[in-house]
Design a protein around this ligand. Structure first.
Ligand SMILES: [Zn+2]
Length: 98
């Protein structure tokens, strides 16, 4: 018989429940919700190992690297859209019943 996992929180990034074993990082302090225009004191947010690793990678290189990643993503999206548009233009429509 296996023990049931004991969950201690939710990963703020991916939403998965966190056990003590997959807890990587916790943030404690004050949160400002700019959309709701509220400040909340005494919050604790957790990250699982996977998401904490992603966050650490995202922070490398600062804003300059973040803008570069965004620009690269937009270029990929534009290329994929162009390919999709090209495919749509070359597909012969199938006329049912003819
Ligand atoms: Zn996560």
């Amino acid at each position: 018989m296996t023990d049931k996992p004991v969950y201690i929180g939710i990963c703020i990034c991916c939403g998965k429940p966190i056990t003590r074993d997959n807890l990587s990082t916790s943030l404690e302090g004050r949160v400002i919700d700019w959309n709701e225009k509220i400040s909340i004191q005494g919050v604790t947010y957790h990250f699982c190992h996977h998401c904490a690793g992603n966050v650490k990678d995202y922070l490398k290189g600062g804003i300059k690297e973040a803008v570069k990643r965004q620009d690269e993503d937009l270029e990929v999206i534009a290329r994929l859209k162009a390919l999709d548009d090209k495919d749509k233009a070359t597909i012969d429509p199938v006329i049912v019943g003819s």
